[in-house]
Write a protein that binds this ligand. Structure first.
Ligand code: 6GU
Length: 272
C-alpha cells in the first residue's frame, strides 16, 4: 500500500506517521508514505498558494493551479511505476504518459482514488477503512485556510471524507487518522494477524476488558476465568463481556449487532 499526501505541511504528516507501528511498517516495506508539498508546485514566483475568495468573505482559499499540478505529479509517478512493474523494459518509454484519463496504454488501468478531507464528506468508519485498504495507492488531499477552489476539487477528488461532526483547522490530522486506520488493515503491518479483526468494531461489538500482571492491583483481582486455562470458557466470557459493554456504552452499535446476529441465525435455520 502506498499513501500519498498532498499538503502544505509535509513535515507534520511525516513526523506523525513514522513513529511506532506505522514507522516499523514503513521500514519493513509493508507500505510507503510520501508527503508532497503543494507549495513546490505553484507557478507563483513568490511561492504563493492561496488568495482571497470571489464574492468576499473572511479568509484565504487554496488556489486550483498548485493543487492540480501537485496531484498530476503524483498521479503520473504512480502510472509510471505501474507501467514499469507491468513491463520493466518499457519503463523508459512510459515516461511520457501524459494522456490524462484514458489513452490506449494498458498500464494505466484506472486513476487512483483521491480522498479530500472535508467536514462536508461522508463520515469515516471502519467499513470504509476496509474498502480503502484494498487499494494499492491512495492520494489524500489536505486543505487549509478556508478550503480549496471548488473547480479543482470537481476535477480530481473521488472521495470526500469527514472524520466527524466538528471543525478542524486543516485536513492533515484527519488524513493521519484515516491512514492509521487503513494501514493497520494492510497485511504485515500488525504483528499478530489476529488483532486486526478481533478489536473494537469488528462485527459491530466493542472489545472486551483485558488484564495483565499483577494478578491483584489496588485490591482488584483479575477475573478468575482468565486464569483457568480453559480457552473455550475464556472465549465465551469475552464475547459476553463485549456484548454487555456494547449494550451499555454504544446502544446504537448494539442494536446493529443484534439485528445482524438475529438475521444470521434465521439464515442458519433455513439452511439446516
Ligand atoms: Cl476531514 N477536515 C476538517 N477541516 N475538519 C473536519 C474534518 C475534516 N472532519 C471533521 N472535521
Amino acid at each position: 500500500m502506498n499513501f500519498h499526501v498532498l499538503t502544505l505541511f509535509p513535515e507534520m504528516v511525516m513526523q506523525g506517521l513514522h513513529t511506532s507501528i506505522l514507522g516499523r511498517a514503513v521500514s519493513k516495506g509493508y507500505m510507503t508514505i510520501e508527503a508532497v508539498n503543494i507549495r513546490d508546485y505553484t507557478n507563483d514566483k513568490h511561492g504563493k498558494v492561496d488568495d482571497y475568495t470571489y464574492g468576499g468573505g473572511a479568509g484565504m482559499l487554496m488556489q486550483a493551479q498548485p493543487v492540480y499540478d501537485a496531484y498530476w505529479a503524483v498521479a503520473d509517478a504512480i502510472a509510471n511505476r505501474k507501467a514499469a512493474e507491468a513491463e520493466p523494459a518499457a519503463a523508459e518509454s512510459a515516461e511520457g504518459i501524459q494522456e490524462r484519463n484514458g489513452g490506449s496504454g494498458c498500464a494505466r488501468d484506472r486513476q487512483p482514488r483521491v480522498v479530500y478531507l472535508t467536514p462536508q464528506g461522508r463520515t469515516f468508519h471502519q467499513k470504509m477503512a476496509e474498502e480503502f485498504a484494498k487499494e494499492e495507492d491512495l492520494i489524500f488531499l489536505c486543505g487549509h485556510y478556508e478550503g480549496i477552489d471548488e473547480r479543482v476539487i470537481e476535477e480530481i477528488v473521488t472521495d470526500p471524507v469527514s472524520i466527524g461532526d466538528y471543525v478542524l483547522t486543516g485536513g492533515e490530522l484527519p488524513a493521519m487518522v484515516m491512514i492509521d486506520a487503513i494501514a493497520r488493515l494492510v497485511p504485515g503491518v500488525l504483528h499478530n494477524d489476529e488483532s486486526a479483526v478481533s478489536e473494537s468494531f469488528y462485527h459491530d461489538l466493542l472489545e472486551y476488558p483485558q488484564y495483565s500482571r499483577p494478578e491483584i492491583w489496588h485490591e482488584k483481582k483479575v477475573p478468575e476465568i482468565l486464569l483457568s486455562g480453559n480457552h473455550a470458557k475464556v472465549d465465551e466470557w469475552r464475547l459476553a463481556q463485549s456484548i454487555e459493554r456494547t449494550k451499555k456504552l454504544r446502544p446504537d452499535l448494539y442494536e446493529k449487532w443484534k439485528q445482524r446476529s438475529e438475521s444470521e441465525c434465521r439464515q442458519d435455520k433455513k439452511k439446516s
